[in-house]
Write a protein that binds this ligand. Structure first.
Ligand SMILES: Nc1ncnc2c1ncn2[C@@H]1O[C@H](COP(=O)(O)OP(=O)(O)O)[C@@H](O)[C@H]1O
Ligand SMILES: [Mg+2]
Length: 154
């Protein structure tokens, strides 16, 4: 089980302070951040895999500083964006899932097997060759989650 430690984190966008003095130690399997729109939930989430470096303080995943070991951290931590359209890049559902594994070193056969597992898991098997951008909003979110999980992050 991974451990994420947020230590004295603050963040500013320009002269606007968005996060101040955040200390967290996360080991639970499921954690929810609840807060008003614009309160900084996504900003904090982006720090957990180094998409955003905190202005002050540090975030570590299993001891790896996300600001310095971003690539290593991103192999452990999957990430799904608020808006799935920002994450869907290939024309069809199956191609979009497979795209996540393009640098995995896995064989075509193994990639196809993982794609099929995700299609089945998220109820998208009937949409294998469906244009990804014509899925419903909820189906797009499932596809984005599938594209993150297909890489088997910790
Ligand atoms: N890249 C950015 N540049 C400037 N301001 C940003 C940026 N990203 C987020 N913000 C601002 O930071 C605040 C927190 O945003 P966010 O973390 O997305 O909130 P939420 O809690 O709704 O997920 C918002 O006021 C937002 O406008
Ligand atoms: Mg958000």
């Amino acid at each position: 089980m991974s451990e994420i430690v947020v230590d004295a984190v603050g963040h500013r966008f320009g002269d606007r302070s968005v996060l101040r003095d955040i200390d967290l130690r996360i080991t639970e399997r499921r954690v929810g951040f609840i807060g008003a729109n614009g309160s900084g939930k996504s900003t904090l989430a982006r720090m957990l895999n180094g998409l955003l470096k905190p202005s002050t303080g540090t975030v570590t995943v299993d001891g790896l500083d996300v600001a310095r070991k971003g690539a290593q951290v991103r192999r452990k931590v999957g990430f799904v964006f608020t808006d799935p359209d920002t994450q869907i890049v290939m024309p069809t559902v199956a191609e979009d899932l497979a795209f996540s594994l393009r640098r995995s070193g896995l064989s075509k056969v193994e990639i196809a097997a993982r794609v099929q597992r995700m299609l089945d898991r998220f109820g998208l098997a009937a949409h294998t060759d469906h244009p990804a951008h014509l899925l419903s909003g909820g189906q797009k979110q499932l596809l984005a989650i599938g594209s993150a999980l297909i890489r088997e992050p910790e």
